[in-house]
Design a protein around this ligand. Sequence first.
Ligand SMILES: C[S@@+](CC[C@H](N)C(=O)[O-])C[C@H]1O[C@@H](n2cnc3c(N)ncnc32)[C@H](O)[C@@H]1O
Length: 243
Amino acid sequence: MTQDRHDPNRFARRLFSPLPDRYERLAELLSLGQNSRWRRAMVDHIVPAAPASVLDVACGPAGVALQLADRTGAGVVGLDLTFEMLEQGTRAVAAQGRADRVRLVNGRAEQLPFADAAFDALTFTYLLRYVDDPEATLREVARVVAPGGPVASMEFLVPPSRFWRCWWWGFTRLLLPVGGWVTGGRQWWTVGRFLGPNISSHYRRYPVEWTVGAWERAGLVDVGVRRMSLGGGLVMWGRRAGG
Ligand SMILES: C[S@@+](CC[C@H](N)C(=O)[O-])C[C@H]1O[C@@H](n2cnc3c(N)ncnc32)[C@H](O)[C@@H]1O
């Protein structure tokens, strides 16, 4: 499967639609337990604001949305492109008895079906590598946050140190595809093979410093970054200007 730069949504839908069943378990296993650490660190930036409403963009099977509901008193909306992810998310929300507080909707981050400043806070996870224009998507994401509201995200990253980058390269190019195949079969092999080169090429095009600037150009202020897990993960935060 190759990434069609002219139709990135189609690519993401095809990549993610076969994955939801075991997504949470395999994402955890194949990230060597780091996914949940990054997720918690991201949500830590939302909790102190005690928002009444939060939008989680690219929610997948609702793991982040559920954590937001658990750790804040907010009503949470999770939005994702892929129906199959949302179906799995709906099951997860029901299983945790959170249907009263978590609502899932189908949509695109590039064109959110919400009014300006509709949410008190917003998170997005593993999103910008799948959109054609990360800067425009950041503007769209910032648009729906109320002035002063916190925004936080998480992503994979390429370790800055040459030493750890060599290990990371071996892990993403060899262990991830093979581990994906062993634990999840052909579809996870495809994801495992895709991820390493995709992360590398994303940061060649959009380094972290560029991404910080893009957050600021989108109207977000007090932007911070935390490199986690030897630089393999990136948590970012900021807040919508004003308020
Ligand atoms: C790696 S999964 C992460 C799911 C979830 N955020 C988590 O951390 O468990 C990436 C998700 O992004 C969604 N996605 C990709 N491009 C998107 C877009 N343009 N708009 C909305 N969702 C998108 C995919 O459907 C997929 O569910």
